[in-house]
Design a protein around this ligand. Structure first.
Ligand code: ADP
Length: 399
């Protein structure tokens, strides 16, 4: 069965068509600037040439229509008709406490997702628009929702509660939820496979280091803690998000700079992280690594060191959460491609016998064990594949 995986944002829509039996990618692409002048579809059939189709996309329904037209196009399409798409899997950001696993999308499910909109006001409504567009154009195709938060619903109370009045949890569901769950699940399962064990036999720490970054502790196949919280701003220092900070800083900046809460949240979400620590140099780790490589560089060192220290601190904390660890995995943009960051993080872990193999650490594009220690935890680089995980769950549910 072919599964169409949809990741819908407010003005963009990413998709992949995956053969769920062979797990082969058939085609993928991206609609950009939906609802904005200059919209286009970039479409890549596997083994074929990338094609860019410029056309007006006033709304997401038109975007989905263009995707379906491309997939079935006589010249560059990959299926003969829409009958060859057996199911659609939608990436959904926030399922609150309502969704602890993936689910078939029904009218009731859509209502329940809407009730979580408060928790992710920028993301959930956009995800729902994608569902609506697909239902309009493929009314008879079963659809599943896969939530970023679901995998972390196994966190125990002591990991998800904040130190604030309990009534806020009761009234508003203010607690830690965590994100990137699909990636943490995929990578932890792959790590178990690489250790030659089942997920139930392993303690794995997954460092998902991309533009958004989070770490999770996965014990016996279940998430027991993760660094993002009620929203994705908590935890690690990210591309532009601040991660953990002293809550008192908010009031302090407000007074010093005469700013309101919206201004401050914008600074903490968009102008902080490694962009902020580097004094505005860049939120992109490639630029920071380039700076770091220059002789006498101060900014690159400061920024990568601050970022890596925080990652290492979380690794230590999650060893406590799991009473040990078998594998520490690096994934996502920086985790998969940033040898300097991996090296810096692992330097802090030397006390427990972790030692990187410099040659293996410099390799790219394959899942690898990059530590040379026989005893102690293995360090791994694993390419994440959230779309495949969504296709797997969708297939399981629809079958
Ligand atoms: P997201 O999905 O959160 O947008 P990604 O997982 O795609 O993020 O990661 C994007 C980040 O990965 C970029 O901001 C960049 O800093 C980093 N990155 C990508 N390629 C490299 C590379 N070759 N070396 C170092 N960092 C890289």
């Amino acid at each position: 069965m072919n599964v169409l995986v949809i990741n819908c944002g407010s003005s963009s829509l990413k998709f992949q068509l995956i053969d769920a039996e062979t797990e082969n990618l058939i085609a993928k692409g991206l609609c950009e600037r939906i609802g904005i002048e200059g919209s286009r579809l970039v479409y890549s059939p596997t083994g074929g040439e990338k094609i860019t189709i410029q056309d007006d996309m006033p709304d997401h329904t038109k975007a989905v229509q263009m995707v379906l037209d491309a997939l079935t196009n006589a010249e560059y399409g990959v299926v003969k008709s829409l009958d060859e798409i057996g199911a659609v899997g939608h990436r959904l950001v926030h399922g609150g406490e309502k969704f602890a696993c993936s689910t078939i999308i029904t009218d009731e499910v859509i209502e329940a997702i809407k009730e979580c909109n408060d928790l992710a006001p920028l993301h959930n409504p956009a995800n729902l628009i994608g569902i609506d567009a697909c239902r309009k154009l493929m009314p008879n195709v079963p659809m599943a929702g896969i939530f970023d938060t679901a995998f972390h619903q196994t966190m125990p109370e002591e990991a998800y509660l904040y130190g604030i009045p309990y009534s806020y949890y009761e009234k508003y569901c203010i607690r830690r939820y965590g994100f990137h769950g699909t990636s943490h699940l995929y990578v932890s399962q792959r790590a178990a496979e690489m250790l030659g064990k089942t997920p139930e036999e392993c303690k794995v720490i997954v460092c998902h280091l991309g533009n958004g970054a989070s770490i999770s502790a996965v014990k016996n196949g279940k998430s027991v803690d993760t660094s993002m919280g009620m929203t994705p701003i908590e935890g690690l220092i990210m591309g532009t998000r601040c991660g953990d900070i002293d809550a008192g800083i908010i009031e302090f900046i407000a007074h010093k700079e005469d700013k309101n809460i919206d201004d401050i949240m914008k600074i903490l979400n968009k102008e902080s992280g490694v962009l902020g620590v580097s004094g505005g140099l860049s939120s992109d780790f490639r630029d920071l690594e380039d700076a770091y490589a220059q002789e006498g560089d101060v900014v690159g060192h400061r920024t990568l060191r601050t970022f890596s220290y925080k990652v290492a601190k979380y690794v230590g904390a999650y060893m406590v959460a799991m009473n040990g660890v078998d594998a520490i995995c690096f994934t996502a943009g920086v985790g998969e491609n940033g040898p300097i960051v991996r090296d810096m993080v692992c330097e802090y872990l030397g006390f427990m016998g972790v030692e990187l193999d410099a040659e293996l650490n410099s390799k790219r594009g394959q899942d690898l064990i990059i530590s040379k220690n026989e005893n102690g935890p293995k360090v791994m680089v694993i390419g994440t594949n959230e779309e495949l995980m969504i296709a797997r769950d969708t297939y399981k549910l629809v079958k």
